[in-house]
Design a protein around this ligand. Structure first.
Ligand code: GSH
Length: 210
């Protein structure tokens, strides 16, 4: 399998998942500085010009949630995606929450700080995004309770999406008061698959296969 990415970014989620399922994978670090992700060659893989993208034989997949779920289903022994209906429902619930509730305020802050063209930025929106992030943390804290992982005793792909998003929030120094979330983030971000996947992305040479 071949992962296209650049770090730090959402491609780290997939590097992490590849490590959890113990897959053999190659990495192509797009040269974002030169705009390689918006070049014709990469747009043929992801017309949105975004990372991550995963190639597995004839399958080309984008969207971190979809790729992680694909990997969990390709490697069922990993337990990344639960197979019983009720747990699968909870898995989808928390993946959706990570992408649409917890991540969105962070994305809004990034877009209105440095991603959008300057004339499109609305700096005041960042206050609202901070408020929304705190609301989402409250929901996560209640959902997590005293559990080890978001679904209970078993680590799943939902923990990857949540853990990566919490690492993003830490990176931009957002307050996180809830003790259960702090302990949860510490535990997830100490997993070897995260540490190694992230290091591999950082160390990879730009514009080359590694
Ligand atoms: N919903 C997508 C979001 C992908 C995304 O926005 N990736 C960012 C990096 S974290 C990107 O490639 N940005 C490049 C750009 O917008 O030019 C996912 O979860 O995979």
């Amino acid at each position: 399998m071949l992962l296209y990415g650049f770090g730090p970014s959402r491609s780290t989620r997939v590097a992490w998942a590849l490590g959890e399922v113990k897959a053999d994978w190659k990495y192509y670090k797009l040269d974002a500085r030169s705009g390689e992700h918006r070049g014709e060659k990469y747009l043929a893989i992801n017309p949105g010009g975004k990372v991550p993208a995963l190639i597995d034989g004839d399958t080309a997949l984008t969207e971190s949630l979809a790729i992680i779920t694909y990997l969990g289903e390709k490697f069922p022994d990993s337990g990344l995606v639960p197979t019983d209906l009720a747990s699968r429902g909870q898995y989808l619930r928390w993946c959706s929450f990570a992408i649409s509730e917890l991540e969105q305020p962070l994305w809004t802050m990034a877009k209105h700080s440095f991603i959008l063209p300057e004339e499109r930025r609305v700096p005041e929106i960042k206050k609202t995004a901070r408020y929304e992030f705190q609301r989402a943390l409250k929901t996560l804290s209640q959902g997590l309770g005293e559990k080890e992982y978001i679904l209970g005793d078993t680590f799943t792909g939902a923990d990857i999406l949540l853990g990566h998003t919490l690492s993003w929030a830490r990176h931009i120094d957002l307050p996180m008061e809830q003790d259960n979330i702090k302990a949860y983030a510490d535990k997830l971000l100490a997993r070897p698959a995260y540490v190694q996947g992230r290091a591999r992305e950082v160390e990879a040479p730009r514009g080359e296969l590694s």
